[in-house]
Design a protein around this ligand. Structure first.
Ligand SMILES: CC(C)(COP(=O)(O)OP(=O)(O)OC[C@H]1O[C@@H](n2cnc3c(N)ncnc32)[C@H](O)[C@@H]1OP(=O)(O)O)[C@@H](O)C(=O)NCCC(=O)NCCS
Length: 193
């Protein structure tokens, strides 16, 4: 367990010459909070936790939980960094060892949107899920009208399976989620684009 914790803590995966994925550390709290704070309004449109109450204490709690889950191989939560600066997060949430499955969540700073960084990060974390965690199935769920988000699994060759009716509570309403999946045997490590 101690070795897993140390390995998870040190994980750095290069995406491009100036962009990398890096395991979360407690010292990320101020940077994490500052990126969320300046993107609060646009993130909150899709991510219920990013509301007006989101605080530095919430960022610290999130980091502590993710670091513990990473050490226990229950999730893989990585910061996205461009020129060393934290600009987003991508994660395999709640890895289910019995069903060998998980789902992916992601967001990025507005200034770094539209450059293919999240698609590249997603391609990498899917490969990690299948190779490092031996998973069989990886899902991405997006609100039906979150077209920017749905474009990512489509670009990577995920199969659209259908709609989960009223599966998420968002802004005091129940919203439908579009479900995409990739299976280990269908994944091409170089990407499915
Ligand atoms: C959803 C979200 C992460 C998508 O980010 P994004 O920047 O659009 O995604 P990418 O980094 O993959 O960029 C894709 C864009 O870069 C372009 N691009 C440039 N080079 C590219 C490359 N090498 N590969 C892929 N796309 C590339 C694509 O054409 C696309 O542009 P377009 O939107 O004009 O078609 C982002 O909009 C976000 O943070 N939204 C708020 C939070 C959210 O909705 N999270 C998901 C909840 S389910």
């Amino acid at each position: 367990m101690e070795r897993d914790a140390a390995a998870a803590h040190e994980l750095i995966i290069p995406l491009h010459p100036h962009t990398e994925l890096r395991a979360m550390r407690m010292e990320d709290a101020a940077d994490l909070f500052s990126v969320i704070d300046r993107n609060r309004q646009r993130l909150h449109e899709w991510l219920p936790w990013a509301g007006p109450d989101y605080s530095i204490a919430a960022a610290r709690d999130f980091l502590a939980t993710q670091i513990a889950e990473m050490a226990a191989r229950q999730s893989l939560t990585l910061t996205i960094r461009h020129k060393r600066a934290l600009c987003g997060v991508i994660a395999l949430h709640r890895i289910d060892e019995t069903q060998q499955s998980t789902s992916i969540g992601y967001w990025i700073d507005e200034a770094h949107e539209g450059r293919g960084i999240v698609t590249a990060a997603c391609r990498t974390i899917v490969s990690e899920g299948f190779q490092r965690f031996g998973l069989h199935r990886i899902e991405i769920r997006c609100a039906t009208w979150n077209h920017r988000s749905s474009a990512i699994p489509r670009r990577l060759g995920f199969i659209e399976e259908g709609i989960l009716r009223e599966a998420q509570r968002l802004h005091n309403a129940w919203v439908d989620l579009r479900v995409f999946s990739m299976l280990a045997q269908d994944w091409k490590p170089g990407g499915n684009e």
